[in-house]
Design a protein around this ligand. Structure first.
Ligand code: FES
Length: 443
């Protein structure tokens, strides 16, 4: 509790290391952070037809998300009401029903229990099936193709939870008519490290690039571009407490992921004016190299076309789940180029990914954090304290590119959730921008 008090009341400039390995803190955050927040579940394009489903997690809870016959999307706890067996053991697919492989109880895709083997003989026809459906995720909502779920019925709507983060999400999701889709499968891999380390890095850590990724920078870019990278300029933006996005100004003027891909560059040129008409010049021309994290654990890299969830698996272990997101109406050649770039840079074998995993591993269990002396020393998150400012045109608090304002914001939000008894004690972001309705976009 002293840790929470300290984080709640200060600018959060020093961090207690226990939050990265302590099993008690982990247990509480599953309950107070993950069971209350909106969590990214999947992209609507993964649920194109009635019966399409995708298995995932909210925190440590297994859920299955399904497209219903009426076109709506629902999510249920993937745990049989009889003995708790997983009722859906596939990662994704299409189903008319979910039948438990243990004793054969069968549920419709909306979770209702529809049949029980030998019901008359085994249960004397006394079982009330209407009370034994799979537990529903009470809130499931989409933002421009991204599907989120929330276990807490008291939580505000998804767009209220996101606040002005929607202004920046639109750069990824609303560039062109038709919106986005995800392609290929979902890459999943295990890593040692607490999930918050990954979330905070995607939220605001440009600073590590010039050290952790220097080898890949030097091997991938011409020397002058690599030099420019070291002295790069940009912005870290904190649109609402907990959420963070960073923008690097491209030293070469080219999109980062495009690197060697003429097809992507051409597509960007062809669609530039359409994007400017939809989003304005500032968001289209100044903000392509972005990294971001939506509280608590949904990250993305716009220019590398990667969506990411950092699934908590234990205090010191996570699974990374990674999707490749593309403009739906882009030609196949461009989609292929994006997929190749995403896999080359940010995947289990990606050139940039490997550097990060090693850092997170050492900063959690592998670094000896639990040692009696080590665990008492606080971690420093004070870069740029006092230099956050408002921006003439962009919503949120802004710092230049080497700042830890977004990490401090994420940890303050985390502490707010951890200390709160319910959503009554949790602030809802104040929105200063309007949501542009594209409700027909994902159809
Ligand atoms: Fe599912 Fe028994 S555990 S039917």
């Amino acid at each position: 509790s002293s840790l929470l008090k300290e984080l709640s009341e200060s600018e959060g400039g020093l961090l207690d290391r226990r939050m990265f390995f302590d099993p008690e803190i982990y247990k509480v955050e599953l309950e107070r952070v993950f069971a209350r927040s909106w969590s990214f579940l999947c992209h609507e394009s993964q649920l194109a037809k009635a019966g399409d489903f995708f298995s995932t997690y909210i925190g440590a809870d297994p859920v299955v998300v399904t497209r219903q016959r009426d076109g709506s999307i629902s999510a249920v706890l993937n745990s049989c009401r009889h003995r708790g067996m997983k009722v859906c053991r596939a990662d994704w697919g299409n189903a008319k029903a979910f039948t438990c492989t243990y004793h054969g109880w069968s549920y419709s895709t909306d979770g209702s229990l529809v049949s029980v083997p030998r019901e008359e003989y085994a249960y004397y026809n006394e079982i009330d099936k209407s009370k034994l459906g799979l537990l529903r995720v009470p809130q499931v909502q989409s933002y421009k193709g991204l599907v989120f779920g929330c276990f807490d019925p008291e939580a505000p709507s998804l767009v209220d939870f996101l606040g002005d983060m929607t202004y920046y999400l639109d750069i990824l999701l609303d560039r062109v008519d038709g919106g986005t889709e995800v392609i290929s499968g979902v890459h999943k891999w295990k890593m040692r490290g607490n999930w918050k380390l990954a979330a905070e890095q995607f939220s605001g850590d440009n600073y590590h690039t010039i050290s952790s990724h220097i080898s890949v920078l030097l091997s991938e870019f011409p020397p002058e571009a690599a030099d420019a990278f070291v002295n790069i300029d940009g912005l870290e933006i904190n649109p609402a407490e907990g959420h963070g996005i960073g923008v690097m100004y491209s030293p070469t003027g080219a999109p980062f992921s495009a690197g060697s891909s003429e097809a992507i560059l051409r597509w960007r040129d062809e669609t530039r004016q359409e994007s400017i008409n939809r989003l304005g010049k500032e968001r289209v021309e100044g903000m392509s190299w972005t990294h971001a994290n939506v509280f608590p654990n949904f990250s993305y890299l716009h220019d590398s076309s990667v969506l990411r969830v950092w699934m908590p698996k234990s205090p010191t272990e996570m699974e990374a789940w990674s999707w490749c997101i593309v403009d739906k109406k882009a030609p196949q050649e461009v989609k292929n180029a994006w997929r190749t770039q995403a896999i080359r840079h940010f995947s289990p074998g990606g050139t940039w990914e490997q550097d990060d995993g090693e850092n997170w591993s050492y900063c959690s269990g592998a670094g000896g954090q639990e040692g009696v002396v080590t665990r008492l020393s606080k971690l420093h998150v004070e870069m740029g304290v006092g230099h956050e400012r408002s921006h003439p045109t962009l919503p949120g608090k802004v710092s230049h590119t080497y700042s830890e304002q977004n990490q401090r914001s994420l940890y303050r939000r985390w502490a707010e959730f951890m200390a709160a008894e319910s959503w009554k004690d949790i602030s809802v972001p104040v929105r200063t921008t309007e949501v542009i309705d594209r409700s027909d976009m994902a159809k």
